[in-house]
Design a protein around this ligand. Sequence first.
Ligand SMILES: [Ca+2]
Length: 282
Amino acid sequence: MEKLAPNPMHSYLSRFSHSRWLRCLPSLGGLALGGLAACGPNQQSAPVFGGRGAVVDPGASAAQAEAKPAKGPCDSVPASEDARLDDFEDGDHRLFGGFEREGWWFTATDHTPGAQVFPAEGKFEPVSLASEGTPENQFAAHLRASGQTDWGVTWGTTLAHVGAEAKCPLNAGHFAGLRLRARGKGVLLVRFGMPETTAAEFGGSCSDKCWDMHSFLLRLSDAWETREIRWDQLQQGGWGKSVRFDPARLMSLQFAATVPNLPADAWLDDVEWIRPASPKAL
Ligand SMILES: [Ca+2]
């Protein structure tokens, strides 16, 4: 697995959302103690192996902590029902409006001198489809990059539930995965950031080996194709902390071009969640 982005969100996002994301951190720490994997050295919740066949009891206090995780404003985020994420027709860098949902498109690069990236950092904007367009579909995202030599480039959007009390990870638990239309060359790594894989400086709960997000390798073709990525097709790279995937706590959706996959040239449009065949499909 190639080296991945240690710092994939643009500083603009940090300035925009950091303070409000931080309000969620106490509850996210509680979730970590509740048995979900975490990155911090003091957040280990798995049994401690004391030798072959032996398991050391982590102690009554640890068991109590697992049984009664701390409660916070992000512990009971209602599931989002808005499937459409963006069709880029409004021409801006904000997600399609959804009830108590917020997301901002961004670009992040490794800042290799002389490298090219479009849209540029802090200047994410849809592109006209020109002669390819129709009256109903005139804009899409066009992602291009070349020359990066460290970890590459990541484009993506933040995902947040904005309630009355706090800004929290988005609950996409009522959906089965992601659908989009895409064309281009090469591959993009489609990644879903959770608190446990997102560095604390960007509002997550990870402090070590961060950004090993649950991912899917999307192979692009020259023609526009509708592609679907189901939750059960996602996997981590394996170089970071192992985390149980939970679509009910998503912080970002990212499209990454790592160094071996550069130059990158991809078009994306009609990004949406997949509604399950039945409400209990998940
Ligand atoms: Ca469009």
